[in-house]
Design a protein around this ligand. Structure first.
Ligand SMILES: Nc1ncnc2c1ncn2[C@@H]1O[C@H](COP(=O)(O)OP(=O)(O)OP(=O)(O)O)[C@@H](O)[C@H]1O
Length: 263
């Protein structure tokens, strides 16, 4: 199965999201997210990361504009929206009576790029292989460990090949090797398909290792946004996270954070 390559940027302008009368995100605008890029969305607990991601995924009512190229996403119907924007939630359903392979077929059949039955089967297995979980194909989703379920859910999101892929803490249940394998795979997919990937992460070192852009959200507003070097600074870590930390580069040039104390 070949994938059309996305060449359009994602623009977010004047975004507002509330739960009832409680505004969580107010008038939020960002620099455009480029096709083929991986951006980390980081920030303290309750900063509004999941709310922002769900708003961008069309799952919460939002004011403002979210545009992919010239397409205004917020005015699309939900099947149209989910064909363009893929979303992997932070918490996954516990009781699903499907095997991993059946869940992959279901995800692919409802995707815009479904293709023939042979294509769907091939894509399902190729995606599971890519994430190193082909051996789980015939296992029930409700029999998997937390980390295995997270990988199976990620496989479904990736297989649908959306133009925009929004991942809410996709590595939170994974061991060290799987965290890096997943982030490496997300980056490869972004480069191959032109996918715009936005990934909520709590691990700032992981964000700086794999993402070209780090967007820091604090109290529903953007506190920093740029390359890892530009966004992750001792000053940002003090004001946003309340920690006294050093930011240094390792011998390979990646940003490392060492926390000396909480403030
Ligand atoms: N369904 C909801 N109804 C009302 N308030 C909500 C709802 N979901 C989240 N909130 C509130 O919105 C704020 C932002 O929550 P959100 O889940 O977006 O934060 P987050 O940055 O993803 O946090 P975490 O890192 O802890 O997952 C919090 O104050 C939370 O209590």
């Amino acid at each position: 199965m070949t994938y059309p390559v996305n060449t359009q940027s994602l623009a977010v302008e004047g975004l507002g999201i509330s739960y009832g009368k409680r505004a969580i995100i107010t008038n939020l605008s960002t620099a455009p997210f480029a096709p083929g890029s991986v951006s980390a969305l980081v920030g303290p607990n309750a900063a509004g990361k999941t709310t922002l991601l769900r708003g961008l995924a069309g799952l919460l009512r939002a004011q403002g504009a979210v545009r992919l190229g010239k397409t205004e996403l917020l005015s699309l119907s939900s099947p149209e929206y989910s064909g363009i924007v893929g979303y992997m939630p932070q918490s996954l359903p516990q009781r699903v009576a499907l095997t991993v392979y059946e869940a992959m077929l279901t995800a692919l059949k409802t995707s815009r790029r479904a293709g023939s039955a042979t294509d769907i089967r091939r894509t399902a297995m190729a995606t599971l292989e890519r994430l190193g979980i082909a051996d789980l194909a015939m296992r029930g989703l409700d029999e998997l460990s937390g980390g295995q379920r997270q990988l199976a859910s990620l496989a479904q999101a990736i297989a649908r090949a959306p133009a925009v892929l929004l991942l809410d803490e996709p590595t939170s249940a994974l061991d060290l090797a799987h965290q890096h394998r997943v982030m490496g795979t997300v980056r490869q997919i972004a480069h191959e398909r032109g996918t715009i990937c936005i990934v909520v992460l709590h691990d700032i070192a992981l964000a700086c290792r794999w993402c070209e852009r780090v967007v820091v959200l604090s109290k529903g507003a953007i506190a920093a946004d740029g390359t890892p070097e530009a966004a992750v600074t001792p000053q940002m870590l003090a004001t946003v996270y309340g920690v006294d930390a050093r930011v240094e580069r390792c011998s390979r040039g990646f940003v490392q954070v060492m926390v000396d104390a909480t403030l």
